[in-house]
Ligand binder design. Sequence first.
Ligand code: HEC
Ligand code: HEC
Ligand code: HEC
Ligand code: HEC
Length: 482
Amino acid sequence: MVRLWNRDLIRRDILTCRGWWHGLIGAALILAFVFGQICSLRAHPVHTESADYPFVIGFERFYSSRDDDDYLARGGLILLNELNCVACHEPPNQWAERLAGVEATNLHGVGTRLDVLDLEMMIRNPRFVKKDTSMPSMFAGSDRDLGEVEALKHYLSSLKYELPPYPRGNIEAGRQLYHRIGCVACHAPEVGFRPEGLPENAEIELAGLPSTPMNLVDLYDLQALTHFLLGSNEHRPSGRMPDYQLGENEAADLAAYLKAGPDLVLPDKLAGALKKDDDFRADKEIVAKGRELFVAKNCVACHALPGQLGEQQLNKSKPLLALDTTSRNACMSERPSGGAMPFYGMDEVQKRAISLALERMASAPESLKSDEVDWRMKQLNCYACHERDGVGGVEAAREVYFRFEDLSYRKLGREGHLPPSIDHIGGEGTKELLRRSLSSSGDRNRIRPHISGCMPVYGEDISERLIKAFEKAKPTSGENAN
Ligand code: HEC
Ligand code: HEC
Ligand code: HEC
Ligand code: HEC
């Protein structure tokens, strides 16, 4: 069965704003004012309420505490991959291809993106910076060595690059673009934003499905954010944040909008990384020590060592099949365990799903097998835009943001403004269309220029894996077979 609601039935956006407003009718003006302030703080996409556990969209959208064990176990498999447990706990051979793990943020240039204080927090306790981050804390245990944190900070802050002089973006243009080209398929729309041309009496529903958090934006340097948006596949090799092939002005506009926050004005201190750390000097010897620690502390389990190609020496831990399936200790613990064990802060549903997946992997692996295309589409959130076999597609409340670029296509109805269903894709014959759609270069290669939302592009490895999976699959019927 396919679940289309937010897994714990806490429709976050509604709880944070609409519910409050309803409850406030007739309440004292002062109270209304206070709550209004809070709401406006959350109205901007960067400031939506966050979950208190690592956010993994493929799990969040399709699995919940109400699922039966067989179904939830498949969600656990997604978590084992997306939280990169498999980088330290090796999966059995027959799962190696499916559970290949994900490569985390490319830290090349991270010292240009984040200032030293934010870097320190990100190393020491990333959940403090971004509550629902999928980066576990490696230094949250009581046995942590703050000298090591310091050394890593020196090392990462030394990883800088010169940025080209990007134009200063236009906040309002960025705001329009953000809501028009499909960012809001995955990230939150701004509460209260009305797309241009929408009839005045048309009501906009608040999004009910979970949105991917993006609050590192508040910490990123403005220019570095523009740079990131121009090459997101390079910055985030996982492909979870795909590349929109933006032009420089578009990326600058988007960056300005995202940094501008709820008041839509750019904060005074924009160039964080390069200016704020005036009195901080990375010490050469400590940098070298930090670089060693980056390997020794197993950061390389998830991040490539900047400037170095090829496989790193990894400290592997117990293989996946040797893990205690019912464990609520070590990496599954409620509190940081210290030592070499990462702290994820998962919630009970996530832990249950993982336990079920581990148990079935050993005893009944067949029950976990699923369609590979479906697996990859959940991982990469293609379902945010595309429906396949009755699953996924743009959430009804977000359809208003996908506009007709050309009004004469109105007669096509939903097909004229929403991303197409991809039921017809599958088998040998669709290879060229797939290749063109997934990795077209340059000009946002459009087949349907009448749709405002765009098809983002993916890195070569990811595209090739997807193409292979689709080639092996058959076109689907459009009726939910799950
Ligand atoms: C950076 C490496 C790393 C990552 C990533 C990692 N672990 Fe661990 N894990 C360890 C280490 C180290 C131990 C300590 C035991 C050992 O040395 O095998 C451990 C122990 C465990 C144990 C207890 C072992 C037992 O049999 O009692 C479980 C269960 C576990 N991890 C699950 C997970 C899960 C689930 C994830 C992903 C959400 C994960 N781990 C991610 C390094 C890692
Ligand atoms: C298919 C879903 C998807 C779409 C569409 C998408 N994003 Fe993202 N975005 C993500 C995911 C997932 C992440 C977190 C990536 C990770 O885990 O490293 C992310 C991260 C980000 C970040 C980094 C912030 C942070 O806290 O990590 C920014 C900025 C961002 N996205 C902006 C945009 C903009 C602007 C657009 C539209 C041009 C867009 N995204 C479209 C999925 C998407
Ligand atoms: C289990 C995988 C994993 C391990 C181990 C890990 N990271 Fe991360 N790291 C991530 C992920 C995933 C992100 C992206 C987080 C997000 O955007 O929410 C990230 C993000 C970061 C960032 C922010 C970069 C940016 O530009 O946004 C820094 C800094 C960082 N990691 C440093 C480290 C260091 C130092 C270590 C070792 C002590 C480490 N990481 C270990 C997964 C990991
Ligand atoms: C932000 C929304 C969005 C996301 C995410 C997205 N797509 Fe698309 N996709 C589109 C749009 C819009 C089109 C139509 C482009 C056009 O025809 O001009 C499209 C077109 C396609 C097509 C061509 C279909 C046809 O009949 O022409 C395929 C295949 C496709 N996407 C597959 C994928 C896969 C696989 C993923 C995930 C890896 C994905 N898409 C992620 C929006 C998206």
